[in-house]
Design a protein around this ligand. Sequence first.
Ligand SMILES: *Cc1c(COP(=O)(O)O)cnc(C)c1O
Length: 390
Amino acid sequence: MSNDDIRDATRVVHAGHEPKDFHGFVNPPVVHASTVLYRDTDTLLGRGEQRYHYGRHGTPTSDALEDAITALEGAEGTVLAPSGLAAISLAMLSVLGSGDHLLITDSVYGPTRQFCETVLKRMGVETTFYDPRVGAGIAALIRDNTRLVWTESPGSLTFEVQDLPAIVAAAHARGALVGIDNTWATPLLFKPIAMGVDLSVMAATKYVVGHSDAMLGTVAAAPSAFKALKQTHRAMGICVGPDDVYLGLRGLRTMGVRLKQHEINGLTVAHWLERQSVVRRVLHPALPSHPDHVLWARDFSGASGLFSFVLQPQPMERVKAMLDGLKFFGLGFSWGGFESLAIPVRLAGIRSATRWEGEGSLIRLHVGLEDPQDLIADLDAGLRRFVRGI
Ligand SMILES: *Cc1c(COP(=O)(O)O)cnc(C)c1O
């Protein structure tokens, strides 16, 4: 069956591993390896065929996950990285060099911004941050030496949706490549490579792993960028331990059903929050009230479980009273696991091209797989503490 003939829900279950290639076992082996022995000297010297050469260069375990992601992304190929941030820096280093100019959305994941402002700057790459809602207006920011336009949609913390087809058209017209951090949607809900994006990154730590128990990143590339990506990945010696790769593959198999439930639970909570008098705004692109809802509906086939909301302006003590007493929402970074999480968001220092209208405290929620009515009851009690201050 060709990759084109099957649907994504089937692909996440089956892609990447052929049980008959390994004694019929449903899952691939977790291959712990550095040395791979050769049959004879000729094979070692490259004069004979052998599929595997060295642990760092790939194993049946890493191949299984890479192949599954490649199928899902509709990519030329995929490489794995030890974290989402490592996947982002690897994608950028694959195509950027001294003297190049990089355009980055202002709502990019904070540590990505830091990577550009430190390592890339030291390497002689100049970064300009742009308004995530720039759309076709990106054309005016592209210079002769602009090598890469980096996107993230919806943006971290503030959830602006970007007009990817317009950005891709403008970038490609000037010979620039386009990369995306697609962690929020995963290729199940948004297909960057089909839209012309050259490098598609996921912090697989989030929904792919799905259980908050491993760090992992993936970079999938279109034919326009795969050779450079593969070469850079190899030259930098990046590889991931087999147990973590295996957790990624294991998580991937249930990602389709998990995402559907995150969407339902997230929207149930988001709709409820919209009706609360102390909530000013809910920043969830699947809500018709979201300023980019039309773009989201045009390009995405669903929503995941991560969004933010803005509370009425009140002293931070009130916000703490709300958050500290939550029973099911843990206070912690990362997201994408089975459990609900909440964080107070501080945008100071991580926005430079746009202004956040600071009308109240911003809270980011990851809505997990609990019963949404229990989550609503938890938040309801939290909002009462917010009003009372205790
Ligand atoms: C968490 C996150 C990352 C980084 O992933 P790690 O695996 O934690 O390094 C990158 N992008 C986005 C949008 C994220 O939320």
